[in-house]
Design a protein around this ligand. Sequence first.
Ligand SMILES: Cc1ncc(C[n+]2csc(CCOP(=O)(O)OP(=O)(O)O)c2C)c(N)n1
Ligand SMILES: [Mg+2]
Length: 324
Amino acid sequence: MTVDEQIVTEAPAAYLERYGLMLLIRLFETEMQRLFLKGEVHGTTHLSAGQEAVPVGVCSALAPDDYLAGTYRGHGHALAKGTHPDALLAEMLGRVTGVCGGRAGSMNVIDAEHGLVGCFGIVGGSIAAATGAALAAKGQGRVAVAMFGDGATNHGYFHECLNFAQVLALPVVFVCENNFYGEFTPMLKVTAGGDIAGRAAAYGIPASVVDGNDLWAVREAAVEAVARARSGGGPTLLECQTYRHHGHSKADPAKYRPPEEVERWLARDPLGVAKARLAELGVSEQELSEVEETTRARMEQAVQSALAAAYPDPAGETATEFAP
Ligand SMILES: Cc1ncc(C[n+]2csc(CCOP(=O)(O)OP(=O)(O)O)c2C)c(N)n1
Ligand SMILES: [Mg+2]
C-alpha cells in the first residue's frame, strides 16, 4: 500500500481514536496543573497543551517498537508512544508505581518497553539520542524519531546530527515542534534566516513545514517520512508549527505574548480542529461524546490510582553515590 493509500483508505474511527488520545494528553496537562498547585508534583513541569496533534500524528505513523526521544515538554510524547497514563501520572507524583519507579519526575521519563528512549531536559538532547537510536535501529528495521523545539535548532546537536544522519542515511525523522518561543524569546529574534525547515537543505535532507495543529496534516507528513526512513531513504525534517497554551514552565505566566496572537492560536486549538474534521467525516455527536467520556474516566482512574500509590522506600535503594 502506498503512503497516499494508507491515508485515504483509513476509516474515520482511526482518527476518532487519535482524537481521544489528544484529549487524554490535554486532560493529563490539566491535571498536572491542578496537582502541581496542590503540591503533589515535585520539581517543575512544562505543559504541552495546544501541541497535542504533533506527537499523536507522528506516533500514529510508528510501529510499537520504533524509538522516540522526547523533551522536557514530554508528557504528550510519552502518552502518544504508548506509556500508560496511570504509570505516567504516578511518575509525576513521585510514586513507586511510576513508569520509572517515581525517580524521574516530569522531565526525565524513560519507557523502554514502549520505545521511549527518554525525555530530555537538555535542549537538543533528544536529537542526539534519537540519532544514536537510529544508528542501532538501522540494523533492526526500526525507525527513530526526535521531538524537539524551535530553540533546539540553534544548538550544535541539531546541525551535527542532521549531518551525521544524512551521511549514514539513518532511519530517523527529526520533528521540530515550532511553538514560536524558546522560553520567553520569540523564535524569529534568535533564528538566523527565520526558517527552520529550510535549514535541512544545507544537508540535502528533505523537509516540510506542517500545520502542527492539524492531526491529519501531521500524520500525513509523518507517514511519508517514516516510510522513507524505513526503506533506507534516510532522514526527514518536519517543522510542525504549533503553539503552547500555557507559559514555558510552571513559573511563567506568559505575559510576553501579544493577546491577539494567543487568541488567533486558541481559535485553532488542535482539539477543535480535529472535532470539526471528524464531524465533516460523518462522526456523530454521540460517538464523540462516548470517546470523551471514556477518556475522562481513564484520566480520573489515573489520578485516583496515582494518589493512592506509595512513595518509593529509600531503604530499598541500592545506589549510594548521592548519600552524604
Ligand atoms: C543546553 C540547554 N541550554 C539551555 C537550557 C535552558 N532551557 C530550557 S528550555 C529552553 C527553551 C527551549 O525552547 P524550545 O527548544 O523552543 O522548546 P519549547 O520549550 O518551546 O518546547 C531553554 C533555553 C537547557 N535546558 N539546555
Ligand atoms: Mg519553542
